[in-house]
Design a protein around this ligand. Sequence first.
Ligand code: SAM
Length: 267
Amino acid sequence: MTMNSGVYRHKKRFGQHFLIDLSVVDRMVQAIDPRPGQTLIEIGPGQGVLTRPLLQACGALRVVEIDRDLAGQLADRLGPLADGLEIINQDVLGYDFPGRELRVVGNLPYNISTPLLFHLFAHHDQIRDMHFMLQKEVVDRLVAVPQTKAYGRLSVMAQFHATLTELFDVPPEAFDPPPKVDSSIIRLVPRLMSESERALEAPLEQVTRVAFGQRRKTLRNALGAVLDETQIASAGIEPSARAETVSLAGFLRLAEVYAAQANLITD
Ligand code: SAM
């Protein structure tokens, strides 16, 4: 079943592709399983196709929408359901996600998906789970394992922060206007971390940035500016290996060695 998205002219700069296939909306809502009393935040409600069933299920919802026109029309579109709606009209990249146990959902604007995921990872502690529609190619990169083309810095950082489950794919025809790419729904559940694991976040970011910045080079060459061959080997990693062969656990060991030597330098 499909729904016409009406007379609104979509704005390309905000990555607007409105879901019109209501069977996809149903599957997404089932996957989210919203319950009364939970704190749900929807990113980019657009014309409210997902907002409506979420409000019906839990009665209250916060939405963050950058487009002033859409944010202004949303309450009218939702009628009496809008009583439980809190509309925040701003760029989600500047939004601080106040609160705890947040359940964050959305059919995300694909043009900002990677910076948005990193922004959300920075609010890791406040979030219980996330369900997002993303470009399938981005979902493939998020869940990728070592020794594959899709495996990279995004895979390592996402898997450091969260347990990921790829749920189902969505074809371009499910949207108006249809995007050029396939889409996919993913669930991300932030991992509980010890203090010492959390402290590895910044060194892990730095090591993966350098290692994957030159992914065709051996680690000996790619990491040369930050870790020497002996240090790489001390993390149990073969210096002649390339970044794409190293698991999250391996990168965490490299991050530990890197953090230890950085401390030595500043002491
Ligand atoms: N949820 C709607 C749907 O499924 O039909 C709309 C999805 S559309 C792919 C992305 C939505 O995110 C649009 O409403 C767009 O205006 C909004 N958006 C784009 N960039 C944003 C940003 N930086 N902050 C908040 N909302 C944004």
